[in-house]
Design a protein around this ligand. Sequence first.
Ligand code: 4VN
Length: 325
Amino acid sequence: MKNCRIVCAHKYIPERKIDNDEMSRMVDTSDEWIVSRTGIKERHISTGENTSYMAGEVLKGLIEKSGISPLDIDLLIVATISPDYLTPSTACLVQHIAGAKNAFAFDINAACSGFVYALSTAEKFISSGKYKTAAVIGADILSKMIDFTDRSTCVLFGDGAGGVLLQACEENHYLSEDMNSCGDKAMALYGGHMPVDTVFSKEQPNMGKYIKMNGREIFDFTLTEVPESIKRALSKAGLDLEDIDYIVPHQANARIVNYMAKKLSIDVSRFFINIDQYGNTTAASIPIALSDMLEEGKIEIGSGKKLALVGFGGGLTWGTVIIKI
Ligand code: 4VN
């Protein structure tokens, strides 16, 4: 039983919804600009609940849906770049919230690729034969790190959390992966700088807490690298694009998904897109998408449908995981 499969998915979205008209009253932008450039119509923003709370709601939902005991979870990974604290990890806070006392719990920091990085990590633990039940959660509150006077970033992001429960099984459901990092482009997207500013230090530059991104650079990098990653993952699994039922991309920008479809010579309808409702929820976007696809009946656990999960963003990081659901 060294293979693993997704047992269920769950999401948590903050109540407070901010549509593009409300954004337009805060900064110089418009519904027309945001929709045509990004595909986003609205996003949800935390009014105080922190990342561990959102991820805790996801874990409680996964436990309820699957019917397992919290004590059955032996691995708990939270992907986030907006933790409540640097220590304790968000995963340890979530472990306490859900009573997952037997879990090996830790965070992964890989921005918008966080969920696929965490899924890849969990798969290695399960394939070792030493772990049987893993919760993999992506949760981010980028609004904590957003400058709401900067129209180039504040309209893009939303808050939320999503996750899946993985269990060891006989049949192979994790078909392949292609994981990448490029630290050379680290400063294309950054935030939450922690310079050494002490009585012992000389004055250091402070890059600030806000998320800053070179949109053009990330856009171009994504279009160059991500379609190639999808192709490599397919080739490792011995599959063609036609064999994939849905591509589930990180929801960064609907326009970039259109370009990706063109580059892969496939119809954009093969991609699942829900960025219109949530904006870019960083590490949460892929598991929120999976949760919505299951709720909408687009996919069913045990159906054998094949998905390509594709993360890309800060680090820079990117990766494709091909699963059979
Ligand atoms: C991957 C991408 C982005 C991203 C980059 C640029 C961008 C999203 C710039 C041009 C602007 C519209 C918005 Cl490709 C972000 C992440 C981080 O999750 C990952 N939007 N835009 C325009 O059209 O002027």
